[in-house]
Ligand binder design. Structure first.
Ligand SMILES: Cc1ncc(COP(=O)(O)O)c(C=O)c1O
Length: 354
């Protein structure tokens, strides 16, 4: 019997995507046509904002969003310690000075430390990251934004469809950035989007996207990407529900042994990744690999360890980064796969303890 192999993420595409891709090929119009317009309209509506601009990646979305908020040399930008490196790289590329702060028990920005930092450093922009599919405490962050006068750029690359207090990720800040990289909850292969409600921010974004008035890069996506994104978006809620259901099973079965993810009250976590903590995680990952289950450490290093930048007391982030690991939670896992993952996890842990 072939050895079982369960991948950590696995985007899937069906007849609808295939038909769309063929119809684009047959139309001879590969870029700047109906699908791109349609995706921008649909995604803005889905998130609940006025403007959506597709770009070639989440990193570029963050960069242009920072530029649209006026980040340049000398401007400080606050980022949480645990994220994908693009969050801090976009700040450096935009010319800003990143300040790295701690995370809370939900793996998102620590709002208490944010208040101390905002008072002292007067940042231009704060980037909360909705890590692993759960939103940061946006209510407090927007309150602090009013109080201390900073802009908020949501890094929603991992949080398509996540909600807090009934409002979607990407609809809270002055601007937000999404990624449609192959592993994301809405995958296009590569791609990103910048969303905002503000006409002024939208007009600043356009300067960086449209050629003519300002030096700009070509950051367009093709019609193929837009079509795939548009079709994937139709199934996002259903697939997020499947992720949540699998996460619920894991939480029931693992909460005695692992530090399972906590859900913030009044929020909807969309489990881009199911990330737990255990002091013996390296041995657990090895044991799972032997059973054909792809488990991974996503962020073994904090952003201040990857790039040179100022960091504050990062007590939780340092503690968590020693213990976090993620297991498959993608919506195409069968019930049998989920049962196999649960049994394998429990078995691997029992052998470690023996
Ligand atoms: C939190 C976060 N921010 C930014 C990005 C950058 O997106 P991309 O890979 O599309 O450039 C990613 C993902 O890859 C991410 O996970």
């Amino acid at each position: 019997m072939a050895k079982k192999r369960i991948r950590i993420v696995e985007p899937r595409f069906f007849e609808e995507e295939k038909k769309a891709v063929i119809s684009i090929l047959e139309s001879h119009i590969l870029t700047r046509d109906g699908w791109t317009e349609q995706f921008q309209r649909e995604f803005a509506k889905y998130v609940g904002v006025n403007y959506c601009f597709t770009v070639c990646s989440g990193t570029v979305a963050l960069f242009i969003a920072l530029k649209a908020l006026g980040v340049d040399k000398g401007e400080t930008v606050v980022v949480p310690a645990m994220s994908f490196m693009a969050t801090v790289d976009a700040v450096l590329l935009a010319g800003g000075t990143p300040l790295v702060i701690d995370i809370d028990e939900y793996y998102t920005m620590d709002v208490n430390q944010l208040e101390d930092i905002a008072k002292k450093y007067n940042p231009r922009v704060v980037i909360p990251v909705h890590l692993f599919g759960q939103m940061a405490d946006m209510e407090s962050i927007m309150y602090l934004s009013e109080k201390y006068g900073f802009f908020v750029l949501e890094d929603a690359a991992q949080a398509h469809g996540a909600e807090y207090l009934g409002k979607k990720a990407g609809a809270w800040g002055h601007v937000s950035a999404f990624s449609f990289y192959a592993s994301k909850n809405v995958p296009m292969g590569e791609g990103g989007a910048i969303l905002t409600d503000s006409e002024e921010v939208a007009s600043n974004i356009k300067k960086w996207i449209d050629f003519g008035t300002h030096p700009a890069f070509n950051v367009r996506i093709t019609e193929f990407q837009a079509a795939i994104g548009s079709i994937q978006l139709k199934y996002l809620d259903e697939r997020n529900e499947r992720r949540r259901k699998i996460a619920g099973i894991y939480k029931d079965r693992f909460s005695e042994i692992f530090e399972v993810p906590k859900e913030r009250e009044n929020s909807k976590h969309v489990y881009h990744l199911f990330t737990m903590r255990h002091p013996l995680r390296d041995a657990i990952i090895e044991g799972l690999k032997e059973k054909g289950i792809d488990a991974r450490i996503y962020y073994p290093y904090l952003l201040n360890e990857i790039r040179e930048c100022e960091a504050f007391s990062l007590e939780s982030a340092y503690k968590y980064r020693e213990e976090v690991f993620s297991i498959p939670v993608h919506p195409f896992l069968s019930d049998e796969d989920v049962a196999y993952i649960v049994d394998s996890m429990l078995e691997v842990v029992s052998t470690l303890k023996a």
